[in-house]
Design a binder for this molecule. Structure first.
Ligand code: PAF
Length: 274
């Protein structure tokens, strides 16, 4: 496996390949990322993982500075998962000057849910993903479904810009108790890791209720928020949405339940398709 830090060296390394399959990450990898790398392996002639903590998608009060940077351990895991190239640029390589050209995703998709509570987040994500797809010459790109809205925004960006790239979603990986794997789980104390199961528990109950015929989605959302608040969480949203565009669903639509909430100082998100 090659570890590459510059765009020139990456272009050189990619000369002999026609179909890079790329897994963009911010590092501090867990089994969810590695599953994406294994999923990517048969889809291209070279498997690339990018590791870059993207300042543009963090608000000033968020955890950009403390976000764990664990390049050496990440590389060991990526090599074991079959990754061929790790592209880990410094900030001065990816943003040699202020990134004033940015991708602004449409408000109806990017200013709801995550975007409502993290204004500008998807501008940062789209801008860096656009750049990472360009420098890696991706033909296939994989993103985890745990970031459901992110996957949808990127899928639509790639489609609307007619990029010759297939975007593939990887299933959310969970620990044995059901907690969705996330780099931010590392912020949780052992006791909080137990408490964190409430988030998937709330979503699971909503999925079961919808499957059993519940149609008052607003009430389900309120009950979900209430269950989290009662346990001391600070929920941002608990929502039943349409899978295709994350708008409020009609009875016949395929649905997804999504939630974001803070447990102590750690913000966790999760979702389940119905
Ligand atoms: O999901 C992430 O890790 C990031 O948002 C991404 C897609 C790598 C862009 O920085």
């Amino acid at each position: 496996m090659q570890l590459i830090h510059t765009i020139d060296a990456l272009r050189e390394a990619l000369n002999k390949f026609r179909h890079p399959a790329v897994v963009p990450t911010m590092g501090n990898l867990h089994a969810g990322h590695l599953a994406l790398v294994r999923q990517a392996k048969p889809l291209g002639d070279v498997t690339i993982s990018t590791i870059f903590v993207n300042r543009l998608q963090f608000a000033p009060h968020e955890d950009f500075d403390t976000y764990p940077r664990t390049l050496e351990a990440d590389c060991q895991q990526l090599e074991a998962a079959g990754c061929d190239i790790v592209f880990a640029p410094k900030e001065s390589v990816l943003y040699p000057q202020a990134q004033t050209f940015k991708v602004h995703p449409p408000t109806e998709l990017a200013d709801i849910l995550e975007g409502h509570f993290r204004p500008g987040f998807f501008i940062g994500v789209c801008t860096v993903v656009m750049k990472l797809l360009a420098v890696t010459q991706a033909r296939t790109a994989l993103f985890g479904k745990k970031d459901y809205q992110q996957l949808m925004v990127i899928r639509n960006m790639v489609k609307q810009f007619a990029l010759p790239i297939e975007v593939i979603g990887g299933e959310t990986q969970r620990n044995a108790a059901g907690l969705a794997l996330s780099s931010r789980n590392g912020y949780l104390t052992p006791a909080q890791r137990e408490e964190a199961l409430l988030l998937s528990g709330v979503l699971r109950r909503m999925v079961d209720a919808v499957r059993s015929g519940a149609t008052d989605f607003v009430q389900l959302e309120q009950e979900g928020m209430q269950a989290l608040r009662a346990a001391g969480w600070v929920p941002d949203y608990v929502a039943v949405r349409r899978q295709s565009d994350l708008q409020v669903p009609q009875a016949q639509d395929a649905k997804v339940v999504l939630a974001a909430a803070r447990l102590g100082s750690t913000r966790l998100i999760d979702n389940m398709e119905i």
